[in-house]
Design a protein around this ligand. Structure first.
Ligand code: NAP
Length: 485
């Protein structure tokens, strides 16, 4: 594997109670661009997960009792270390996940931005006083950390999905245990190394890297010492984990799958819409939960839009993410490639038209060519399922109301996008879309100041912003009486 400037960031075992823990068995981490094994990581077990929970539980009282300013300072130190090591962390992320280096470094900066945001917010956890009914009473409201937080995260943002949960949890005064995806644990372990260097106390931030997701997941969702569970991943697994949490009535946040519509109205700036779609569709080779999945273009502009789009797609450079100027890396796995191909072949059989791409770069690689399809219909699987690959699927519509109805015709409700310059339409469509997040003349909308999250079967809870912090706080009501005696 390419040498990091700081080899100490390449860790190969789980971290809890401020220490690295070995295991008798190991699993391979593979570079999806080359198939090369880049690391072997100790395979943590359910028993290890229990120990990590115990460590987080033991550390909670001290961490929660520290002044917010002190927690804030430690988070700031952690974020600075992420930025100081952005090149190494980016490279590690590209090697295990595949996204182009510039995007990977962008993810490190994005993850760090959550640490910074919540370090600042930690100092602004305000309570409340409420006028009491009786003259001899006072009503006060305290905000307190919920306790130990457990999290499970996916492979598509190996740094940022963890950083944005941990930042809010630690800022609120909670302690944290995370199980990263088994395909991409190296970024999570590097985060633990930097937390250690930043001086985050033992037991406050813990990482369990292992392959038995179900068994580790059972501990994290069923251990009564865990007060809150936060999951980012697929809707099916999220539903199952939420059920597992019910037995101990945990607070649960779910950031699940999406099926984002991208609507282009005839009055839109078409060049801006193409730019927005390229950003929203092709980031991480189309493997993000907020990636555009369905593109709805008003009939009168679909020909012009398709031509501009095809030109933009033809400029994309596909290749190993560590090479210069690459826009699109490999998909994460053979299964991911096969799924994209299956959706595409089925759409073609049902009448879709292929403009470019439509296959892997070579039969044995995980590089899927940027693809443009048109004549897509609402019934096709490619419309109803998350594509999670670099495939644009265009359909046309005639009326505004039809576009809104079709955009909403899904069980998902994470992100939606639309382009229009008509202010009346902007309000009607923004209010009519049943989504947690709506990009209006914007294709990239995620940032730490804003509440990220979905509605319907895309989940509940928010990450980022003051709403994200509230998810890690309990509200306690104090009634102070007897003031007249
Ligand atoms: P996934 O299969 O649900 O895996 C996500 C995480 O869950 C991984 O850590 C995985 O562990 C773990 N897991 C799998 N089965 C489990 C079980 N039975 N018990 C406990 N944990 C289990 O999802 P994915 O394919 O990796 O990620 C892609 C999905 O995530 C997409 O649907 C995407 O839209 C969604 N996503 C949502 C957001 C959001 O914010 N809404 C952000 C990013 C991604 P292993 O890796 O060990 O299998």
């Amino acid at each position: 594997m390419t040498k990091l400037h700081d080899q100490g960031l390449l860790k190969n075992s789980s971290y809890w109670h401020g220490e690295w823990h070995r295991s008798n068995t190991h699993f391979n981490i593979t570079n999806p661009a080359s198939g090369e094994v880049i690391a072997k990581v100790a395979d943590a077990s359910a028993a290890d997960a229990e120990q990590a929970v115990a460590a987080a539980h033991a550390a909670f009282a001290d961490w929660a009792a520290r002044p917010a300013a002190e927690r804030s300072q430690l988070l700031m130190r952690w974020q600075q270390l992420l930025l100081d090591h952005q090149d190494d962390l980016g490279l590690l992320l590209t090697l295990e996940q595949g996204k182009p280096l510039a995007e990977a470094k962008g993810e490190i900066a994005y993850g760090a931005s959550y640490l910074q945001w919540f370090a600042e917010e930690a100092k602004r956890v305000y309570g409340d006083t409420i006028p009491a009914k009786a003259a001899n009473q006072r009503i006060m409201v305290l905000k307190q950390p919920v306790g130990v937080v457990a999290a499970i995260t996916p492979w598509n943002f190996p740094n940022a999905m963890i950083a944005r949960k941990a930042a809010a949890a630690l800022a609120a005064g909670c302690t944290f245990v995370v199980k990263p995806a088994q395909l991409t644990p190296l970024s999570a372990l590097a985060l633990a190394e930097l937390a250690h260097r930043a001086g985050i106390p033992a037991g406050v931030f813990n990482v369990i890297a292992g392959t038995d997701a179900a068994a580790i997941g059972e501990v994290l969702t069923q251990d009564a010492r865990v007060a809150k569970f936060s999951f980012t991943g697929s809707t099916n697994i999220g539903k199952q984990l939420a059920k597992q949490c019910a037995g101990t009535v945990k607070r649960v946040s779910l950031e699940l799958g999406g099926n984002a519509p991208f609507i282009v109205f005839a009055d839109a700036d078409l060049d801006a819409a193409v730019d927005g779609l390229m950003a929203s569709k092709f980031r991480n080779a189309g493997q993000t939960c907020v990636c555009t999945n369905r593109v709805l273009v008003q009939q009168s502009v679909i020909a012009a839009f398709t031509e501009k789009l095809q030109q933009a797609i033809s400029k994309l450079k596909i290749g190993d993410g560590t090479r210069d100027n690459v826009d699109i890396g490999p998909l994460i796995s053979e299964d991911a490639c096969a799924k994209v191909d299956k959706l595409l072949q089925a759409a073609l059989k049902q009448g879709a038209k292929l403009h470019c791409g439509g296959k892997r770069q070579s039969a044995d690689s995980l590089f899927y060519l940027p693809t443009l399809l048109s004549d897509i219909t609402a019934e096709m699987d490619i419309t109803q399922q998350e594509i999670f690959g670099p495939v644009v699927a265009l359909q046309s519509f005639s009326e505004e109301a039809e576009a809104i109805a079709r955009a909403n015709a899904t069980e998902f409700g994470l992100a939606a996008y639309f382009y229009s310059r008509d202010i009346g339409r902007i309000w009607r469509v923004a209010e009519g879309l049943q989504y947690g997040m709506v990009g209006i003349n914007e294709g990239l909308i995620s940032n730490p100041a804003a509440p990220f999250g979905g509605v319907k079967q895309s989940g509940y809870g928010r990450e980022g912003s003051k709403y994200g912090l509230a998810d890690y706080l309990d509200t306690k009501y104090l009634c102070l009486g007897g003031l007249d005696r």
